[in-house]
Design a protein around this ligand. Sequence first.
Ligand code: NDP
Length: 451
Amino acid sequence: MPVSDHVDLEQFMRGVKRRNPGQSEFHQAVQEVAEDVFDFIADKAAYHEYQVLRRMAEPDRVVSFRVCWEDDNGSIRVQRGWRVQNNNAIGPYKGGLRFHASVNESILKFLAFEQTFKNSLTGLPMGGAKGGANFNPKGKSDHEVMRFCQSFMTELYRHVGDDVDVPAGDIGVGAREIGYMFGQYKRITNRFAGVLTGKGLEYGGSLIRTEATGYGAVYLMQKMLERIGDSVEGKICAVSGSGNVAIYAAEKINQFGGKVVTLSDSSGFVHDPAGISEDRLEWVKELKTVRRGRISEYADEFGCSFHAGERPWRVSCELALPCATQNEISGSEARMLVENGCIGVSEGANMPTELEGVGVFKDARILYGPAKAANAGGVAVSGLEMSQNSAKISWKEDELQKLLRDTMTGIHDRCAEYGGVAGSSHIDYVKGANIAGFVKVGDAMLAYGVV
Ligand code: NDP
């Protein structure tokens, strides 16, 4: 029997910071989970004795590698790639690949840690991982992106596999990049296997995968509102980002009768008080996925305002859906949202709210769906893509739509089960998501003993 090691939260976080120097995003993600988990395990000795959270906060492995490619001018470029396999206690590693200039080990470790809890919450058998490279696809030709993706997969293929680790897309990795990487995997291994999700429909992809993350974030918002007798219908919504998650979150808000008044990208946000209607959103899809243009062009096209270098959180709204990137809502922006009448936040992006902002939302007792619950719809449909690939079948759209809705309802209910606030009917969805995610993975780890 291992010796009991009852460190407190402060000692635990000091250890995390000492072992992972300078990795502030990773510290932030672990701290947010540890605050809730430490309360929960206070009277549960086995989790302490077997150091379950300590082991979850130490990735199973971090692989880092060189990625060389040749640009259109014949110059050799050298990038760094990573795959962080955080935990496979409940299933093969699963999590996206991010291509963005800002990518580093800290960001990928935070994402892989979060992914472990998120995947657990879906109820599907998937472990947590994340990967990517400090490569910026913006402004690169299709051929340059192809050469980069092929070079990246030439190393990554050793570490992934349909029962080992199944990456998907994330920032900067969409259908085009997945296609190039899958093509290279197939060429190297001579295997047509479900090793990536987010594939094109012609070669093993699943219907509604593209829409699933954004739709799922709105389904969770709707469930939280329904629980208090309200709905998305008629609500003014601020959405950030204009990529995959933001576009489909906006689409689902429109379908539910809400009004989306903002979208953004890394250069600023547009404010359209008339509402970003279905046809305007189709225009944005074309702008972002075909022409790969900037969101400021929307303001010119539809005669509304563009705010360079700003984020949309000062616009008054009832619901906010951050769908761009991490740490895009500061403490003061969270306060501004609440003061301006925001009653619900559903996080399409991963860790978009700084720790201070999380505290503001929790204290104000608004409906606050954290990323690991709110954006789990994407990985859930990825899990369904894996099942379809294994069984060599394709499910119909209505079946998948129902599975996505049911999954988000299940996530809502799991959060509600563990997120009750004593003496009130309020649900702390952050606490609920952290604990529900932890329990399933933690219990599997206890079953395996010390490994
Ligand atoms: P995309 O690359 O499709 O879009 C990202 C959007 O965010 C773009 O509008 C981009 O603007 C903006 N953005 C990126 N970095 C910054 C920044 N530093 N400041 C301001 N805006 C920024 O990515 P996704 O939509 O796929 O991902 C968005 C978020 O959702 C990420 O946090 C991701 O981890 C999370 N997520 C995605 C899932 C998916 O299925 N795709 C699943 C679960 C979570 P610009 O074009 O100017 O860079």
